[in-house]
Write a protein that binds this ligand. Structure first.
Ligand code: SF4
Length: 276
């Protein structure tokens, strides 16, 4: 892992994402190394030639230049890194950002594939308008290890949602990215039932290098689904998603918790969530 400390102009950046006014990314890079990572395009903008997942820049910034009031604004922590990657235990950069946001009046959204935010429970309780989400697309920890080798196990993520919810924190499960035929939606919803205030769903999009990586993986590990993946990702067949959307709508009637469906990035709605 190549570690560096860099000076950032600001830790809060105005966002083009439909659901966030600002994003805070305390790190460049991400040690979770998800095979499908949507954020690896950031290599281009941060001057890194190394493989995604093998570098991490820790951002230093002048906290006194951050806005004092962010009332009515939504801040997402984070969009192109995981704010609770394992090196947060050493650098505390996400905690620093939250300490600042605590008094700004912002609506703060955290989204992570870790359970490390439990460390900050004392601070999270002091942020009046906060929602903490955990991304999880499987209950099969072998698949999780294949796809998200540096991220926290399935069981620890589930436990984190339970702990946060029991501590009075607003929580959500982000079922993302949904892998066709592999992600078991009902099982995931059952696993968090009673521990979350909302469940969001997002389909797997494959772009750039990730497309080949995932198609090779399916060829090797799930050859029985290869033709279906080719139909979805090479021929643009949307019927799988249309059917799954109908199934999720039907499922939502069985559960008291609100469901939010963010299928198809191009159609993402204002008010929705975006993720790393
Ligand atoms: S946690 Fe997010 S930013 Fe990190 S590797 Fe995975 S998808 Fe990429």
């Amino acid at each position: 892992m190549k570690l560096s400390t860099i000076k950032a102009k600001s830790i809060l950046v105005k966002s083009n994402l439909p659901a966030s006014d600002y994003v805070a990314n305390p790190y460049n890079g991400c040690t979770h190394r998800c095979r499908y990572c949507y954020a690896c395009f950031m290599k281009r903008f941060t001057g890194h030639n190394e493989d995604w997942g093998t570098f991490l820049d820790v951002k230093e910034y002048e906290s006194d230049k951050l806005p004092k009031s962010l009332t009515g604004k939504t801040v997402l922590l984070s969009s192109v890194t995981d704010p609770y990657n394992p090196l947060e235990t050493k650098y505390h950069k996400s905690r620093e950002v939250l300490e600042h946001l605590r008094g700004t009046g912002a609506h703060v959204e955290i989204l992570s594939k870790s359970d490390l935010m439990i460390r900050d429970l004392d601070l999270l309780r002091q942020i009046p308008d906060l929602s903490v989400g955990i991304s999880l697309n499987t209950l099969d920890d072998e698949f999780r290890k294949d796809m998200e080798p540096g991220a926290t196990s399935v069981q620890r993520r589930l436990k984190a949602l339970e702990k946060l919810h029991n501590a009075g924190i607003t929580t959500y499960l982000f079922v993302s990215p949904i892998f066709p035929y592999i992600s078991n939606i009902r099982a995931l919803v059952d696993a968090v039932n009673g521990h979350v205030d909302q469940i969001c769903f997002e389909n797997l999009n494959l772009r750039g290098a990730a497309k080949g990586v995932i198609m090779d993986y399916i060829t090797e590990k799930y050859p029985q689904y290869l033709d279906s993946y080719k139909a979805i990702y090479q021929k643009g067949d949307l019927s799988y998603w249309e059917q799954l959307e109908a199934e999720i709508n039907a499922l939502s009637k069985e559960y008291a918790v609100p469901f939010v469906n963010y299928f198809y990035h191009a159609k993402i709605r204002k008010g929705g969530k975006d993720h790393d």
